[in-house]
Design a protein around this ligand. Structure first.
Ligand code: AHR
Length: 522
């Protein structure tokens, strides 16, 4: 029996269906607790821009003299696309790059800025033409919060303290320098990351040592002239619960947030697999790995509860997304990967999980915004394509800042085997999330099944919804479909007419591998 057949038979067993079945049923119950005040923080929809490959240079920034249409050096097409997403926050300059970055090299006249080797990412030479001013001005153009990742690994306390002063002080030596460099008023800076992956590329530290360093850096990164820093400790990756435990034990009082990195990655030691060429087994395994983030977040949050029962400290998943092999023919170390309908599924399922943890998860940053890993946009010269992941973020915009309505789902599951892991992953075939803002209820539904339509029955309970005011679907003829230069609109949002309300029930006929967002009112 080949792999696909074994998967198919497991699927049929768990779903209890005959092989002829073309559809299955899933039921969702929306719990309309009027007293729920939990808000989906807009920052859950955060982005991440690192000096890596063509994320910054070519992706966001082409410089004011470029023939590519731009505003003060920022590509117009990308600016417009990101504005549609209402990007709430942007993390910069890394990632691993952050702990080798010396901010003074990126301010002042461009011709005087020194060059450096980007050791983490392919040894590319960085000319520092995109620096502090270019990043903060970008955030102002997009109307988003900047999230600065400070250099702890190879920097000094003085360097980071002065960076904060340069950005936020009204007066003083650093403010004078900023003014000389063309910016009179300070910028606003809320989110300050103290190092990145300090257990790895950010200094290879042990948790006790880093906890002390975090406290020390925290003392000297000051609040100037009404600016209030939200200090974020460099957190664990995946299943490193000891890191979270140590940091919370030693430094919870000094921090406002602690980060967590979780990638949907097949293997760190061997091939991560192709972004576009995968079989059914790998598809479901990928979704299972993505969904495991729920258990990982829960376990980190449980540790945090011990040291911070009032949930003052936020868990920021400031790197997440798919990580596949680089596209053949692209530069090694630049992490350029395509983005198929499978990536859209990972985005929707991950966001649905984040919505469940509004009490603790108050920011996430998908990696990364352009041309790197699970991007929103891909660029080549003057061309840009919007990825299927971009469209999920667009469909989910109404959830930003909305009150969460807990959604309980009952559906079939599929077991996906993997040659890597002895533990098969169990993947529910459907997923749902819901929220309410300004009298509009937004329901997002996902049918991950590769072959079968899902007859989704949503019990609206006492929500008393009568009208569907907007209905959109993202799907593709084939799960491997993606948008590329020359075929930029292969996977795109379409209007959806498969939903009907009868009394307090919403019926949604979802095609195979599709994502639907509905907006309903009384
Ligand atoms: O997003 C790519 C890299 O993944 C980041 O630089 C690093 O923090 C993580 O390991």
């Amino acid at each position: 029996m080949n792999k696909f057949l074994s998967l198919a038979s497991t699927l049929l067993l768990t779903a209890g269906l005959s092989s002829a079945a073309k559809s299955y049923t899933a039921s969702v119950v929306l719990e309309n607790n009027q007293f729920t005040t939990d808000t989906i923080m807009p920052e859950i929809y955060g982005q991440f821009a690192e000096h890596l490959g063509t994320c910054i240079y070519g992706g966001l920034w082409v410089g004011p003299d470029s023939p590519i249409a731009n505003t003060d050096g920022y590509r117009n097409d990308v600016l417009n696309a990101l504005r549609e997403l209402k990007v709430p926050v942007m993390r910069w300059p890394g990632g691993c790059f952050a702990d080798e970055y010396h901010w003074m090299d990126g301010v002042g006249p461009k011709e005087n800025r020194p060059r450096m080797v980007n050791n983490n990412w392919g040894g590319t030479v960085e000319d520092n033409s995109f620096g502090t001013h270019e990043f903060f001005n970008l955030c102002e153009l997009l109307g988003c919060e900047p999230y600065l990742s400070g250099n702890v690994g190879s920097g000094t306390v003085e360097e980071l303290a002065k960076w904060v002063e340069y950005i936020t002080a009204e007066d003083g030596p650093m403010a004078t320098l900023r003014k000389q460099n063309g910016r009179e008023k300070p910028w606003h800076l809320k989110y300050l990351g103290v190092g990145n992956e300090s257990w790895g590329c950010g200094g290879d530290m042990l948790p006790d040592y880093y906890a002390d360093l975090f406290r020390r850096y925290g003392v000297y990164c000051r609040n100037y002239d009404g600016n209030h820093l939200f200090k974020i400790a460099s957190g664990a990756s995946d299943y490193d619960y000891n890191w979270t435990e140590t940091l919370m034990k030693k430094a919870a009082r000094q921090m406002n947030g602690i980060s967590l990195h979780y990638y949907t990655c097949y293997s760190w030691s061997k091939s991560k697999g192709s972004a576009t060429d995968f079989d059914a087994d790998r598809y479901y395994w990928t979704l299972g790995k993505c969904l495991e983030i729920e258990d990982v977040v829960k376990r980190h949050a449980t540790i945090m509860d011990v040291y911070d029962p009032s949930k003052r400290v936020a868990l920021m998943v400031d790197e997440w997304g798919t990580w596949f092999d680089e596209e053949p023919g692209t530069i090694k170390g630049h992490l350029y990967q395509q983005n198929t309908m499978r990536d859209a599924m990972v985005a929707a399922l991950s966001l649905n999980v984040f919505h469940k943890f509004t009490d603790r998860v108050r920011m996430t940053n998908i990696a990364q915004v352009a041309n790197v890993l699970q991007s929103m946009v891909l660029t080549k010269g003057d061309q840009m394509v919007l990825t299927p992941t971009y469209y999920v973020f667009k469909m989910y915009v109404p959830h930003q800042g909305a009150r969460v309505i807990p959604a309980h789902i009952d559906c079939a599951t599929v077991k996906a085997e993997s040659e890597r892991s002895s533990r098969p992953r169990t993947v529910p075939m459907a997923s749902a999330t819901a929220s309410e803002k300004d009298g509009i209820v937004t329901i997002s539904l996902t049918n991950v099944d590769l072959d079968r339509e899902c007859d989704m029955q949503v019990a609206l309970g006492s929500l008393d919804l009568k009208k569907i005011v907007k209905a959109e679907i993202l799907t593709a003829a084939d799960i491997h479909d993606y948008n590329d230069f020359g075929q930029p609109e292969k996977v795109t949002i379409k209007n959806f007419n498969g939903a009907t309300i009868k009394g307090s029930n919403l019926n949604v006929k979802m095609p195979a591998h599709s994502i639907v967002t509905l907006q309903l009112t009384k």
